[in-house]
Write a protein that binds this ligand. Structure first.
Ligand code: ADP
Ligand code: ZN
Length: 339
């Protein structure tokens, strides 16, 4: 199994990108590892967990809370997990976030690694070391930046991934293409979701490309001072929408990217909004949605990216080149309300 090692400020991460869960025992000792997964993944792939200590959680973002962390910690104590234990998160973004969080605080920090099973977790959530939980309406308000020891990919898990989760993953893939990779954007334009789903090698390559693209962005700016902020393309408006409407993360940021393209057009002379919108629609994502501008703007202006009376907004200069622009809140309000 091929291993690539990437260095971050105070740790390094081993990537096994075209791997298999069958190789997990070569990365961690089966006796001292504990897998954390959720019921959907466990039920669809039960035989793959045979012989491993496993904690199975209920699926869903609503369980990404401190109570679940406490339950896991109680089980770890019961299982006599100690400083030599490695936690392995096998799942989507909720599982990787939770695993990294618990591993970072249990006994002041134990080793952890990820086997992301959703497309979104493979290309995004498992990479970059952000681990955390939600409290009430506040997403990821409690957490820590700490890199996993390893990331192992096994495409076999995608066989059971629901269609809506494929679309979610593609929203982040399109985001990566928009901000950093014009060639990948063209590839997405000339392909379809069905083609990627049918062709193992195509999705495998696309996943690797995206995982490495995000890794490089994070390596340059692990603690999100500048470059890493590009990854928030579509997310400022997206998060505000996600909080108030019944939208998946992918759907919300897709609408966010559509509007960010229009803002780019107005402020940055961006000329390719139609291409962005066409690709998003091609991968089953919503673009122009009507929403209550006042209500959403009130949430949006409280975003973490705000600095006093200005908001750091990710815009496109052209496809493949994202830039961060500080926009006065008043101006942003009139642009968004005018769209
Ligand atoms: P994310 O979208 O950030 O990956 P989740 O961890 O909530 O967030 O995963 C999304 C949903 O997809 C969850 O219901 C999870 O159980 C399910 N899921 C993740 N991976 C798989 C898989 N390989 N097969 C079936 N369901 C999966
Ligand atoms: Zn996202």
């Amino acid at each position: 199994m091929k291993k690539l090692t990437y260095k971050f400020s105070n740790s390094s991460v081993d990537y096994y990108l075209a791997g298999s869960i069958a190789h997990l025992k070569e990365i961690v000792d089966k006796n001292s590892a504990i897998i954390i997964t959720d019921e959907n993944i466990y039920n669809a792939h039960t035989k793959r967990f045979k012989g491993w200590n496993t904690i199975v959680l209920k699926p869903g973002e609503e369980f990404k809370v401190q109570e679940t962390a406490n339950t896991i910690i109680e089980q770890l104590i019961e299982m006599e997990a100690d400083r030599k234990t490695t936690l392995v998160g096998v799942g989507g973004g909720v599982i990787t976030d939770m695993t990294g969080y618990v591993a970072s605080v249990y006994m002041r920090g134990i080793r952890f690694g990820f086997l992301p099973t959703s497309l979104l977790a493979m290309v995004d959530a498992s990479i970059g070391g952000k681990n955390g939980i939600d409290l009430g309406v506040y997403k990821n308000i409690v957490g820590i930046i700490r890199q996993p020891s390893f990331i192992l990919h096994d495409m076999v898990f995608l066989n059971s991934l629901p269609q809506s989760e494929w679309e979610n993953g593609f929203a982040e893939i399109i985001k990566h293409a928009c901000i950093k990779d014009a060639a990948m954007f063209r590839e997405l334009e000339s392909n379809t979701l069905k083609k990627y789903q049918a062709k193992k090698t195509a999705i495998c390559e696309l996943v690797q490309k995206n995982a490495l693209l995000k890794t490089k962005v994070v390596q340059q700016d692990e603690f999100e001072k500048n470059e890493r902020r590009l990854l928030n393309f579509g997310h400022t408006l997206g998060h505000a929408l996600e909080n108030q409407y019944e939208l998946s993360h992918g759907q919300a940021i897709s609408i966010g990217m559509t509007y960010a393209s229009h803002i780019s057009q107005q402020l940055n002379g961006f000329k390719e909004t139609a291409r962005v919108v066409t690709v998003l629609e091609k991968y089953g994502l919503p673009t122009y949605a009507s929403f209550e501008k006042d209500k959403v703007f009130n949430v949006l202006k409280m975003d973490k990216k705000r600095e006093k009376s200005e908001m750091n907004y990710v815009l496109l200069e052209k496809i493949g080149k994202g830039v961060i622009k500080s926009i006065p809140i008043k101006e942003l309000e009139s642009i968004i309300k005018g769209l």
